[in-house]
Design a binder for this molecule. Structure first.
Ligand code: ARG
Length: 461
């Protein structure tokens, strides 16, 4: 297909290549190959990366100080345009392959010095570096949200410990043994603390090695000051192998993984909350601000945020698997497939963090019905294990104790009676003796220890 000359010229200015071609590219294929929709979110990080590249060019005396100044000023202008949204409009209005090309074009529009910005640089090292800066930013956010949820669960656990709220802990969703609600909330807090630690590990890895200066795959014959670039961006050191630096998406995938895992954790708690909110259970009530109604049934109070988090966990899991899949057959250097890897990973991260925030907001307005929970905590003969334990403590074998309490359960069930007139759910939790158990003392100790650890979770970055 032949384009009018003016359109072809405009495209060759907007694309960062074209000198070796005689015909204009097919606009439909350029649109198909564009990652702008997905990577526009990287814009602020590309500006930082470009400023660091200016430092590398200046340090290597490849740019005059006056050119470096002009470039940095132009990049500051672009940063402001990103913040106000005008840059997004500019980028969407052009024929750009990605956010990097759009920023390069905008800088060239602002200053003639822009023609020198790309010296010694490839989009390959630019994409790799920008993704690491993004990973650091989002890992810090993921960590803050996860730690926030862990802290919120801990605060609620302290309240419920003081109130001695008990519920029937379940396995297989069947009544198993009484537990303190504080113990359940402590488990939730532990889960999110683990997620916060996972995000911190990704943050650390993303701050280790700076790919900038790796070029397309083998380094540069220009004397780029890679140390200056790495330290300007807060990396520990320049990367050690240029081809590995541009060809890996490991850390972006690790970040996506940390997000998926955190949403899966939120989904497991959500599953329980959805059921707790049904009137049949009556354990909890979700506040108005997080509930939705029905367009037909006037009485409905639906816990949609928890259901959506549950479904996002499944969907993001699939997308994450797809992202890893795109790298499986890829030789060690850059291939365009990695653009799809990047787009999928970014999608998982953005939706994952949004899901975590939604979960946190809904959890904030979830109210527990202490009386209802505690009143039925002994139903389903949940104290049977403690009664068997008493027999064992008195000298019976485990086998005999199990069999005799089993028979007692069968009799009580047939007669619609309790297993023991005084040994109730509260007595059961008080009877627990092991560290890490649901006894009030063990729960208090566990919450103290977790709280001490959470206090050391400062902001990353
Ligand atoms: N849009 C591409 C990506 O996101 C940029 C890298 C292009 N490099 C290349 N050699 N074509 O992966």
């Amino acid at each position: 297909m032949l384009l009018p000359l003016s359109a072809a010229l405009r495209m060759s200015k907007e694309l960062q290549w074209g000198g070796r071609f005689k015909e204009a590219p097919d606009p439909e294929l350029i649109a198909f190959g564009s990652s702008l929709d997905e990577d526009l979110v990287l814009a602020p990080f590309d500006v930082a990366c470009s400023q660091a590249h200016v430092a590398a060019l200046l340090g290597g005396r490849i740019l005059e100080p006056s050119q470096a100044k002009e470039l940095n000023e132009a990049l500051e202008t672009v940063a402001r345009e990103i913040a106000t949204g005008t840059f997004a409009a500019f980028a969407r209005g052009g024929t750009f392959e990605d956010v990097h090309g759009a920023i390069d074009a905008r800088v060239r529009e602002i200053t003639h010095a822009g023609e020198s910005l790309h010296a010694g640089r490839s989009r390959n090292d630019q994409v790799a570096t920008t993704l690491l800066l993004y990973a650091r930013d989002r890992a810090a956010r993921g960590r803050a949200i996860s730690a926030g949820i862990a802290r919120a669960a801990l605060v609620r656990a302290r309240e419920e410990l003081a109130a001695r709220t008990v519920l029937a802990g379940t396995t297989h969703w069947q009544p198993a043994q009484p537990i303190l609600l504080a113990f359940w909330l402590g488990a939730m807090a532990e889960m999110f603390a683990r997620g916060a630690r996972r995000f911190a590990r990704v943050f650390e890895d993303a701050a280790r090695f700076c790919p900038l200066g790796s070029g397309a795959l083998s380094g540069s014959s220009l004397p780029l000051d890679r140390d200056a670039a790495a330290s300007a961006l807060g990396f520990g050191a320049p990367s050690r192998n240029a081809m590995d630096a541009i060809g890996t998406r490991d850390i972006a995938l690790d970040l996506a993984h940390a997000c998926v895992r955190a949403v899966v954790d939120a989904s497991r708690a959500s599953e329980e909350f959805v059921i707790w909110c049904t009137p049949a259970f009556g354990y909890a009530r979700l506040g108005d601000s997080a509930s939705t109604g029905s367009s037909l049934m006037p009485q409905k109070r639906n816990p949609d945020p928890f259901e959506l988090v549950r479904s996002q966990a499944a969907a993001l899991n699939g997308t994450y698997a797809g992202a890893v899949g795109t790298t499986a057959g890829i030789a060690l250097s850059y291939h365009r497939d990695l653009q799809t890897t990047k787009a999928l990973a970014i999608g998982v991260v953005e939706k994952g963090l949004a899901s975590l925030r939604a979960f946190a907001r809904a959890f904030d307005v979830l109210a527990f019905d202490r009386e209802r929970m505690s009143a039925i905590a002994g139903d389903g003969y949940t104290v049977a294990t403690d009664l068997a334990d008493e027999l064992i403590a008195g000298g019976a074998s485990a086998r005999d104790a199990h069999a005799s309490i089993g028979r007692a359960v069968a009799e009580a069930e047939a007669g619609g009676k309790l297993l023991h007139p005084t040994f109730d759910a509260e007595a059961s939790v008080r009877a627990k003796k092991t560290a890490g158990s649901t006894s009030p003392a063990a729960v208090a100790a566990a919450l103290d220890s977790l709280e001490t650890e959470l206090a050391t979770f400062g902001d990353l970055g």
